[in-house]
Design a protein around this ligand. Sequence first.
Ligand code: SF4
Length: 499
Amino acid sequence: MGIFSPRRYQAPFYPYSRAGESVGERAFTAFERVVKGALFSCRMCGNCILQETAFVCPMTCPKGLRNGLCGGATPEACEVDPTRPCTWYVIYERSEKLGREHKLLEINAPLDGARVGKETWLDVYRTWRKRGGPKPLDFFFNREKFNQEYEALFYEIRQPDWWQGDSDYHPPKYEEPVSLLEANLKSGAFTVTAEIAPPLTADTSSIAKKVDWLKDWVAAANFTDNASASARMGSLASSKICLDLGMEPVMQLQARDRTRVVIESDAMGASGLGIRNILCLTGDHHRFGPPPMSKPDQFDLDAVQMLWMLRRMRDEGVYIDGRKIKVPPVFFLGAAASPFGAPPKYEAIRAEKKVNAGAQFIQTQPIFDYNRFLEWLEALDKRNLLDKVYILAGLIPLKSARAAHFMAEDVPGVYIPPEYVKRMDEAGDKEGQQEVGVQIALEIIDKLKNTPGINGLHIMAVHWEQIVPRLLEEAGIPKPAIRSLSSAETPSEPAPISG
Ligand code: SF4
């Protein structure tokens, strides 16, 4: 257990190769491993960001997240390993105590595999020599100069040339909407997306059936990407099938199962196939999947890094390794958010990082507690985010009392007020429960559709997609006005919401 960090998650990294390593370097690395291990539970990731994370090693996070907590984090425990605290909670709380919250906004780079397991102290010394500062005497006689040079030195060490992360907002470098979802949102219309779970078999008829139910009522359909670490038809294939059926997909892309290489290539492939909306997710941990569990490696990238990387592919025409892209991909980038995960002030920092990195729309976890949702929205507003990102509030119509209990008790990041669970319990038979589920959903929509700062809904009617048209009709939510980009004239006035 490190003095300043939660206990080490896994053994420290070692270099993938010893080629070119001198005996002196090896000895120094071993010394650094022991000292930093005792102080910070250091895993020797080779790209130290301790100064950004209040001297708590982020690599003690089982997912290896370097830009903030995951959607399942709670004050009590880590989502992956409930026997340990959430590393990022420790980082946020200590940053607050030390007055270093501003440092939490910088977009930290993913690891460079070539540096993993290597020392960083010699690297600091070499960079200090190369930069010629900060000079120790300035610490006493010119503190401002010392602090500036100190900050510049450690920025150069933690932000490699191929990444150059910062804390600034990076708006998209294009004007005209690239997807129907973006066009409808940009028109100011209250816009709806709905989720479709890809099939567990090679039979695509279920996609065709669900597309048929939804395509007149929603602007786009999300295809999950092996949610809960359980394999099913891929999001890329399902999205293409949806597109061929005449409906716009949102391809969900999670980092859990992919390295940066596959994330770049799948995103490029999606653009090549005409898929224009990508939702970037870190992904549920392997432990949530059916056994046998895949090896629980830390993730290569998190959702913030995916957004940063894909935005740069689109807007700067570069891969993460710096190679130029002659014809950059085209996509509208989105992210997820958990209004009921961590306290709103922490969730707002996480949302700001995603928006700064490139998120143009956010689809939230399901909303059942409206007042707590408003607290989250207010926290985003305080950070001036609501005019930079479209918010699609998550909605799950409860299909049964059993489903209500499962989500209330077992799904991290979802909160259902007890009175809703009680209403489902008292709803009688299957039809009665479904009817109460619809009424609860309509009550929540009624509040959300008139909430300033909300641009639409994201309906996750898990295995109940056919209920979506009824919900939208009874809630008075208009059908999408813009049906093709070629005729994407912004209607003079977005279609009014009735009732
Ligand atoms: S809860 Fe999530 S962010 Fe926190 S330590 Fe666990 S995996 Fe990492």
